[in-house]
Design a protein around this ligand. Structure first.
Ligand SMILES: Nc1nc2c(c(=O)[nH]1)N[C@H]1C(S)=C(S)[C@@H](COP(=O)(O)O)O[C@H]1N2
Ligand SMILES: [Mo]
Length: 305
């Protein structure tokens, strides 16, 4: 057993279930075949209510599909790497700081976030800029409920998000400057569809899908849906975003799903649902136009891609 410096010692006293199980697996030399079962045990069942914002009528992807094909560059670039490299990611204790232009900036523990509002199950489709898509029963509530707690001031026009980063826990991180950062206009962030997500398929999130808390923005390309959030900042200016900094020519600030505007290196007209063979048409705003198009009325969506 590891008993190191003072901060580690404090954590080892709490012994999160995942670490405890990992240690047992290690000591007992459990075969790799049991690793999956061990991971499944580490997720906790959540009590949810149905949501009026659920997208119905489509076949769900499976937990297996959406937890083994991931983009999470902190845990490696290849889609199968986060499931392996994030296995021991320590997501407890966890604190999210909500700060900036607001009357009541404060820190929320993940327990406080879970208890803040009834957890809704919302089925959303989600499309990656790389033209694959998934349909998932996510769990969470509208980000607006968290933002209301801190009372944004009139100076707040944007929301900046930041992901946890620690090279010791994320030795395979590459391909971007870390920490990963994202941003939304305040009215986008306040839109009821903007989901502060703490789980999926009835349980807390697997680490590779952004545990313990992430965004899901179903009308935007996947990279806007930042994972493993530690900071949310209200501010006057447009936030810097990781993919825009990496390649401003290919990734804009808005990144609304738009089949009429190609990515410079590929078409965005079609997509492949994970597990399906035939491609399907990509829909404007990923099919959520009735709800969100008003946020962009009067804007040139070719210039503001
Ligand atoms: N911190 C962080 N968040 C991230 C990413 C990342 O690399 N790091 N990848 C993004 C991209 S490109 C996509 S498509 C979605 C994928 O979410 P999923 O793996 O749960 O499907 O996460 C987004 N959030
Ligand atoms: Mo993506």
């Amino acid at each position: 057993m590891l008993i190191g410096k003072a901060p580690d010692f404090r954590c080892s006293e709490i012994t999160p279930k995942r670490l405890y199980l990992n240690r047992r697996a290690f000591l007992g030399g459990l075969p790799l075949a049991l690793a999956g079962a061990r991971r499944a045990l580490a997720e906790t069942r959540l009590t949810t209510v149905k949501s009026g914002l659920t997208t119905t009528g489509e076949k769900l992807n499976t937990l297996q599909q959406v937890s083994t094909y991931n983009n999470f560059y902190e845990f490696g670039i290849d889609k199968d790497m986060p499931a392996v490299n994030a296995r021991n990611f320590r997501t407890s204790p966890w604190v999210v700081s909500v700060e900036g232009d607001c009357a009541r900036p404060r820190k929320f523990s993940i327990e406080e976030i879970l208890a803040l509002a009834p957890l809704e199950e919302r089925v959303y489709r989600h499309r990656c800029v790389e033209a694959w898509s998934i349909v998932v029963p996510w769990i969470g509530y509208s980000l607006s409920k968290l933002l209301a707690q801190v009372q944004p001031t009139s100076k707040a026009r944007y929301v900046a998000f930041e992901t946890y980063f620690d090279r010791r826990q994320m030795p395979h991180a590459e391909g971007l400057d870390f920490p990963y950062v994202e941003g939304l206009r305040l009215d986008e962030a306040m839109h009821p569809l903007a989901l502060l997500c703490v789980g999926m398929f009835g349980e807390t999130l697997p680490p590779q899908d952004g545990a313990p808390v992430r965004m899901v923005l179903p009308w935007k390309y996947g990279f806007k849906s930042i994972k493993s959030i530690v900071k949310i900042k209200l501010q006057g200016g447009m936030p810097r975003t990781s993919w825009n900094s990496q390649n401003a020519h290919e990734y804009g600030f808005y990144s609304n799903v738009n089949p009429n505007v190609d990515h410079p290196r590929w078409s965005q007209k079609t997509e492949r649902r994970l597990g399906e063979f035939f491609k399907r048409q990509t829909l404007m705003f990923n099919g959520y136009g009735d709800q969100v198009a008003g946020l962009y009325s009067g804007m040139d969506l070719r210039a503001n891609f």
